[in-house]
Design a protein around this ligand. Sequence first.
Ligand SMILES: NC(=O)c1ccc[n+]([C@@H]2O[C@H](COP(=O)([O-])OP(=O)(O)OC[C@H]3O[C@@H](n4cnc5c(N)ncnc54)[C@H](OP(=O)(O)O)[C@@H]3O)[C@@H](O)[C@H]2O)c1
Length: 289
Amino acid sequence: MKETILVVGATGMLGMPVARQLQKDGYHVRVLARNPDSAKTKLGDSFEYFKGDVEDPASLEDAVDGCYGVHINLRGGPKAEDFYRIEYGGTANIAKVAASKGVRRLTYLSGAATFEENAWFPMVKAKLQSEKAIRDSGVPYTIFCATHFMESLPLAVKGKRAMVIGKQPHRLHWLASSDYAKMVSKAFQLSEAGNKRLFIYGPETYTMLEAMNTYCKIVHPEVKVTSVPIWLLSLIGKVSFNPEIQLIADLMGFFEKAGEGGDPSEANALLGAPTTTLEQWCAKQRGGA
Ligand SMILES: NC(=O)c1ccc[n+]([C@@H]2O[C@H](COP(=O)([O-])OP(=O)(O)OC[C@H]3O[C@@H](n4cnc5c(N)ncnc54)[C@H](OP(=O)(O)O)[C@@H]3O)[C@@H](O)[C@H]2O)c1
């Protein structure tokens, strides 16, 4: 049995594959959850569960105590203040507790567009502040600036329609969460991965429309892919007072401008380059459906 790692946000879409990979690689994995019973229903009996909320530092103490590492997978929003409160405030609380308990490695999922010039967008500002809180804690860290995950494609399918919002001209290196999870696990095993900010890209590029067409052709041939202007989704969000819809419109407006930045070569050399192609990933989804 290797050391103990706490995963914060293990019930999340991108936290769960990391928790499972760490366990597969022999770590003892703890899960911090606001509702441990529902987390257990989702993840199964093989993890050790701790009840806690990242907004309440005292509730993190027991879960962090005795851990070699902590992995942070948090999502803020939908409103700007929620990004600061949950993702930044929560990360800062964990980093402080981790430092006080002598944790040896913090890993954190940031984004491939997390740059100062994009700090006008609340999600990016919260991620930049989270990264700073981690660096300031003094705990050796590995920050994962990951690009768009293939796992986000199914989220755009509603019934017999899939929506691509906006023109989305950038070619993106779509990433499978299983490849990313292996890289996170490896980062805990390598001292050279300490105090690094790494860009994580998949092996091929597709625009959002190309990726969605590929996904639907292989997994949901009955689904029609349509393009929706950002202004229309934003209007629907406003008139329906739905902050989640408004956030998706804002996010898509941001992605259309920002694309992805950074260079993945250091991450690939240290942790092994992602290999899963979009077609391979889609074929697996079809098999699992
Ligand atoms: N989708 C992409 O392509 C992509 C690309 C790069 C980066 N990212 C980043 O990936 C991150 C994670 O995304 P995701 O899809 O995994 O999000 P998600 O599915 O919404 O998961 C978020 C997790 O945070 C936990 N959480 C929220 N508030 C909490 C609190 N107060 N205390 C403790 N736990 C709390 C949730 O636990 P509960 O079970 O309690 O709700 C859940 O496990 C986001 O920051 C996103 O920006 C995404």
